[in-house]
Design a protein. Structure first.
Length: 518
């Protein structure tokens, strides 16, 4: 935090009646040096805000994520700049858009030699660690300790890549093990120094394999179909063109654990130990037999898949929430809560059947927006609700701000501390987005701009198409208004804003596409 910012923050806290509680920010430890705030970032994978009760979702209860929101802040408009796994992590590390950090799609390899915020924290005396899913291809740099899943990693009995170059297989369930490793690292750290730890969870990524203790957790529920479940994609070429729908893309074996010998069996089922396999067989075999007896087809089969998808997904998310709770408990038990900022976010949002989909990638709301909550005792007032546009791009500069380290000019995100403390008047009014990957799931590359009310998207490469939405009148983005009478002015205005964003973030690829005006 800069001196001026710190002064502003202290004033704001005094007004909010929080100043006494924030003394730790500037406290002197026994050695006489400033006691810096510890930082924990928990990044999950594909966790939808629709599946989090703090967001008002009715699908499942997430008491521990809700606890962070209740004791700190919830971000109702947290967005990502490129809605896919690896690229989002690269944005989180660098505070730069994909075209600046070089990691545009999941086929890329991250250049770990570049400037990442943890290196600056290290230089400022922080101990740093990344534990769990990394998914960036290269080895981490800037961490005192890392232990990562290779590529996507496995849910059961996962292998970990270790710092000495070895691979270590650990018996058990990934979400629990990652938390075990995180707690072990915390317990073994140098307690005279502040720390920054990133916990990267595999959950709730496809193929949504629950911990054995959570199998059947939601079997007594029938989930309502989203309003847009039977979307026919009129006026939306790219939405029609995708291959990420429950009806045709989602596989009974690979995704839903039926016919394990032909789908799920590859690397998942065969990996289970005897006891785990017995639990899986006891749970999934009767479901498989029931499905075979029903002879479902058409919409009935699609709706059966939807129910099974949600049951597996939410059961997988239950372990995620429980393990977030373990970290909160650890902080309490070790008297670290008061001096630790903790952020929980997903690498992007996910479709829970909206538009008939699973997966992410599109600039539509469910995948553009990501769940994000934070707790920062003494600085963020409990129960804070933030509606401003905050991005995964802002995590890096925010962590630097918390540590009192100046963010480099090349970092494109901004610290959101002034947003959560209500000490800023001039925050961003638009979200700029750019998705690149053209491959699995057939989502056409696109970029666009979102304002409080509207969204303009330009699809390119595999198709040249524009889409325009009035989010107030059409929150489910079913009616593309681009080119419709009466929207000429707003369309022109949004194009001007999009051009300005492209220039601001220096996105040369998008600038080139914009020159080919259609
Ligand atoms: Ca992801």
């Amino acid at each position: 935090m800069t001196g001026l910012r710190k002064a502003g923050l202290v004033t704001a806290l005094a007004i909010a009646g929080l100043a006494p509680a924030c003394n730790h920010l500037f406290a002197q430890d026994k050695a006489g040096s400033h006691k810096k705030t510890n930082i924990i970032i928990i990044v999950s994978d594909d966790h939808a805000y629709q599946a989090i009760s703090a967001y008002g979702g009715k699908l499942a209860e997430t008491p521990n994520i809700d606890r962070i929101a209740r004791e700190g802040a919830i971000f109702n408009n947290a967005c990502v700049t490129n809605s896919i796994c690896g690229p989002s992590r690269a944005v989180i590390l660098t505070g730069k858009y994909s075209h600046k950090n070089g990691f545009k799609d999941n086929l890329s390899t991250f250049n770990s030699g570049q400037d990442v915020f943890v290196k600056r924290l290290q230089a400022a005396g922080y101990q740093t660690a990344w534990i769990g899913k990394w998914h960036l291809g290269s080895k981490p740099q800037g961490f005192n300790y890392w232990q990562i899943l290779p590529d996507q990693g496995m849910y059961y009995n996962p292998d970990f890549l270790m710092m000495d170059g070895s691979t270590k297989r650990v018996e058990g369930y990934a979400t629990n093990i990652i938390t075990d490793v995180a707690e072990d690292w915390l317990s073994g750290r140098d307690t005279t120094k502040p720390f920054c730890m990133v916990i990267g969870h595999k959950a709730t990524h496809r193929t949504w394999i629950p911990d054995t203790t959570d199998l059947g957790k939601y079997d007594d529920r029938t989930f309502p179909l989203p309003d847009s479940f039977y979307d026919t994609y009129e006026g939306r070429y790219a939405a029609k063109h995708q291959d990420m729908n429950i009806a045709h893309t989602m596989r009974l074996g690979y995704d839903l654990k039926m016919m394990p010998d032909t789908g799920f069996g590859k690397g998942n089922y065969t990996r289970l130990n005897k006891a785990q396999r017995a639990r899986f067989d006891a749970y999934y075999k009767p479901i498989e037999a029931e499905l075979a007896a029903k002879h479902l087809s058409g919409n009935a089969l699609t709706e059966w898949k939807f129910q099974r998808y949600l049951k597996d997904y939410l059961s997988t998310a239950a372990a995620l929430d429980r393990n977030i709770g373990r970290i909160l408990d650890y902080l309490d038990e070790h008297h670290l809560t008061e001096n630790t900022m903790i952020v929980y976010l997903s690498d992007q949002g996910f479709y829970m059947g909206e538009h008939g989909w699973f997966d992410k990638r599109f600039m539509y709301e469910e995948s553009l927006r990501t769940p994000m909550v934070m707790r920062y005792p003494g600085v963020v007032k409990p129960g804070t609700k933030i509606n401003d546009f905050v991005l995964n791009l802002d995590i890096a500069p925010t962590c630097l701000d918390v540590a009192g380290v100046k963010a480099p000019a090349a970092m494109q995100g901004k610290s959101f501390l002034p947003v959560v403390t209500h000490t800023v008047n001039n925050w961003r009014k638009t979200v700029y987005y750019h998705y690149y990957e053209s491959g699995e799931h057939s989502v056409i590359p696109h970029f666009g701009v979102k304002t409080q009310r509207y969204k303009l998207i330009r699809f390119y490469q595999d198709a040249d198409k524009w889409e325009l939405y009035d989010l107030q009148k059409d929150p489910h983005e079913m009616h593309n208004l681009y080119g419709e009478k009466g929207y000429e002015k707003i369309q022109t205005s949004l194009k001007t804003q999009l051009t300005a964003e492209i220039k601001h973030y220096d996105d040369k690829d998008a600038a080139l596409v914009m020159k080919q005006n259609i």
